[in-house]
Design a protein around this ligand. Structure first.
Ligand code: NAP
Ligand code: GDD
Length: 331
């Protein structure tokens, strides 16, 4: 009999890639969506006829208990979150409700309904923040630098705590930044590759950015959802860092993206101090030795491959739908 998986956050970048991966492995996939006045299914268009969507919200405990009780999944991937770091300073309380207490609600639903359900919790390298060690491993102490990072640190520890308190198979994936053509337009990689496409096609002539000197360990989202699945197939629940082990600056990103389109970035990129964060994470670089040796995981796309893939996808998309209204309809 095929396994059943619930994915919260299925309308997001990772949810869409994970749904494709699980379908390819024969899973019965149930996606969780929150109520909206207009559907937001552009990332999952190609799998909509093969998955089931169910309404629930991380803010609503009863909706989660009902969902888990009625579906009785083998695995639950909790990817839903307020994931944009700057927004967490504007809405710190809501960020905590979604990202921290929301995870407690998911854990409680599993504990109360069926403690045999395996849980993947989407933790983040933002927990390392002002890094205490280079590179960062599963044992590096946390020093989060944003309400988002703080909320994810709570979520990480509550997952570990429920595993140890109630013997749940609950794991925390400490994933470093991962991107794709499906990345939200507000994140720096996609903001840059979308702007490159617009500038190349004569639809824009400038791009405002914040800090060009921060470094991130950027990987490809489709590689990272494979690590999520592997973490739930092990004999024992454990936490893993998932990263490429190579860090690049935002300036490197800009150079590769504009260069791939034959453009000189210095002519177009301006700095906007309003985009500087109240507290910054200067440099992230992950050591994924444990994931590579215990899970057999490895990334397949490097930094240049990732950025050029995203530029090519945005060139194609913008060329096909150049007007702003078309762009908004794909968000
Ligand atoms: P994303 O594209 O922003 O997707 C977030 C998803 O969460 C969306 O489907 C969103 O639904 C859903 N959501 C938000 N609040 C919700 C609520 N209250 N109830 C139900 N669903 C809710 O994020 P992503 O890049 O795929 O990331 C997936 C997860 O991994 C997140 O938890 C993120 O914090 C974490 N993470 C991401 C990275 C990365 O580099 N991408 C790295 C480390 C960790 P709507 O479509 O309705 O908004
Ligand atoms: N978004 C954005 N926009 N970032 C900019 C800009 C800009 O105009 N200019 C410079 N940056 C810098 C930010 O200051 C940050 O140092 C870096 O680019 C990356 O920013 P984001 O792409 O917004 O990602 P993030 O690192 O803050 O967070 C992402 O990765 C985390 C894992 O480390 C998100 O996906 C989080 O949800 C995830 O947990």
């Amino acid at each position: 009999m095929s396994k059943r998986a619930i994915i919260t956050g299925i309308t997001g970048q990772d949810g869409s890639y994970l749904a494709e991966l699980l379908l390819s492995k024969g899973y019965d996939v149930v996606g969780v969506v929150r109520r909206s006045s207009s559907p937001n299914y552009w990332r999952i268009q190609n799998v909509l006829d093969r998955i089931r969507l169910r309404p629930a919200d991380l803010l609503d405990q009863l909706s989660l208990i009902r969902l888990v009780d009625e579906e009785q999944p083998d695995e639950l991937y909790n990817l839903a979150a307020m994931s944009f770091v700057p927004a967490s300073w504007d809405q710190p309380m809501l960020t905590g409700e979604f990202n921290a207490q929301g995870v407690t609600r998911v854990l409680e639903a599993i504990r109360q309904v069926n403690p045999k359900i395996r849980l993947y919790q989407a933790s983040s390298s933002e927990m390392f923040g002002k890094v205490r060690e280079v590179p960062q491993t599963e044992l590096t102490p946390f020093y989060p630098r944003s309400p988002y990072g703080v909320s994810k640190a709570f979520a990480h520890y509550i997952t570990v705590n429920y595993r140890e308190s109630y013997d749940l198979y609950a794991v925390s994936g400490m994933l470093f930044n991962h991107e794709s053509p499906r990345r939200g337009l507000e994140f720096v990689t996609r903001k840059v590759t979308d702007a490159v496409a617009r500038i190349k096609l004569g639809l824009a002539d400038a791009l405002s950015l914040g800090n060009l000197d921060t470094h991130r360990d950027w990987g490809y989202a489709a590689d990272y959802v494979r690590a999520m699945w592997l973490m739930l197939q092990q004999p024992h629940a454990d936490d893993f860092v998932v990263a490429t082990g190579i860090s690049h600056s935002v300036r490197d990103l800009v150079e590769v993206a504009f260069g791939h389109a034959g453009l000189d970035w210095r002519k177009y990129v301006g700095l906007d101090p309003r985009l500087i964060r109240p507290a910054e994470v200067e440099q992230l670089i992950g050591d994924s030795t444990k994931a590579r040796s215990q899970l057999g995981w490895a990334p397949t796309v490097d930094f240049t491959g990732l950025v050029t893939m995203m530029v090519d996808a945005d060139l194609e998309r913008v060329a096909a739908a150049p007007r702003l209204v078309d762009r908004l309809s794909t968000l």
